[in-house]
Design a protein around this ligand. Structure first.
Ligand code: KG4
Ligand code: ZN
Length: 350
């Protein structure tokens, strides 16, 4: 007999954030907790996979306890457990998958491995102001830059993607060139607020070519050359860094806006969702809001805390699938590389 799934515990551990959340079909998000490993990886200038895995081991159980306490729930109140199965760092994913699968076994409830990018894509559904299907999603994270036509849960058509670096990765690398520290994206974005975006004329990659793919590697080289030129001239000053950050950010945003406009036009849609770590970028949100009001459309994005990795999006994406009767067997598997287009469609999520 199928189990009615009302309350789902979600677990995220694909990279450098441990996230846990509890989603209820009627009440929405009951509680969520996040532990960021930023201070752990800071001295290495990037994520050290082995350290990430070990830290997920340390943090998962306390975070689950915290979320259950905050929601006033006991194990018997939980109907199912969802965990991130991929894509991401294999060891880090394995920690969340083993933990989630075992906990579900112990509690006698179903478990399901969730696609991390589906989690990002559906995160705007956790907000009061949410889009209706169909819409275009711009997924911009540390590992992905994709334009997707979304016709329902699991009904995804990839329209375009980055041929090289992801947008977040480009932010991180540009930040590294200017020694801004880790995590680079938010640091570069903060510095860009103090810079003059007009001083350097950065290229807008791929905008003159038809199609919806992206490429950020040329922009990376341009940034490297600009940094080197400033250094050779009079040493790289704080103002140089701020101006480069502003010009770099404007070039990335300009490209993303143009491609979004093109995707909406091609598909004849007027709702845009942006999700993934880079969607926390204030200037990007402002530029896309502007663009969408010009197009008489709407843009939807998660609250900033749910743009970057979190457990709430996994709990919600898991809920959509578990409530439709899907679940995994007892095998613990992770999928570090997992194209989102391989997901099965789910009929009528709610
Ligand atoms: O979605 P996410 O938390 O993790 C992945 O799934 O990759 O995205 C992390 C990425 C990093 O590259 C980070 O630098 C970038 O998102 N990011 C930002 C901002 N906040 C996070 N990039 C630009 N501006 C931001 N405010
Ligand atoms: Zn992510």
């Amino acid at each position: 007999m199928p189990v009615t799934v009302q309350r789902v515990l979600g677990i995220e551990s694909s990279c450098d954030e441990t996230g846990v959340a509890l989603y209820d079909a009627e009440k929405g998000l009951l509680a969520h907790a996040l532990y960021s490993q930023v201070s752990l990886h800071e001295e290495f200038g990037g994520v050290v996979p082995e350290l990430a895995s070990r830290d997920h081991v340390r943090k998962l159980a306390p975070l689950v306890r915290e979320v259950m306490r905050e929601a006033g729930c006991q194990s018997s109140d939980i109907d199912a457990i969802a965990f991130t199965q991929g894509p991401g760092l294999a060891g880090a994913l394995m920690v969340g998958a083993c933990f989630g699968r075992s906990l579900a076994y112990g509690w006698g409830v179903p478990a399901l491995g969730v696609h991390h990018m589906e989690g990002h894509l559906l995160a705007p559904m956790l907000e009061a102001d949410r889009p209706d299907f169909p819409f275009i999603a711009l997924l911009v994270s540390g590992g992905h830059t994709q334009l997707v036509r979304v016709d329902g849960v699991g009904r995804y058509q990839l329209l375009g993607e980055s041929l090289d670096d992801a947008a977040g990765e480009a932010f991180d690398k540009a930040a590294k060139m200017m020694e801004l520290g880790y995590p680079g994206g938010p640091k570069l974005a903060a510095l860009a607020d103090q810079g003059n975006a007009e001083r350097f004329d950065f290229p807008r990659p791929m905008v003159n070519r038809p199609g919806l793919d992206f490429s950020f590697s040329g922009l990376k080289t341009f940034t490297l050359n600009t940094v080197a030129a400033c250094r050779a001239e009079s040493g790289l000053t704080d103002q140089d860094k701020a101006d480069i950050a502003a010009a770099f950010q404007a070039a990335v945003i300009g490209t993303l806006v143009i491609k979004c406009r093109r995707a909406l036009k091609q598909e004849g849609l007027n709702q845009l969702v942006i999700a993934g770590g880079v969607s926390a970028n204030r200037q990007l949100r402002a530029a896309l809001s502007d663009e969408m009001s010009k197009l008489r459309g709407r843009v939807f994005y998660p609250r900033p805390a749910f743009c970057t990795d979190n457990g709430a999006m996994i709990a919600y994406a898991g809920y959509c699938r578990l409530a439709a009767g899907l679940s995994d067997d007892l095998k613990v598997t992770v999928r570090p590389r997992w194209p989102m287009t391989e997901l099965d469609a789910v009929e009528a999520a709610e």
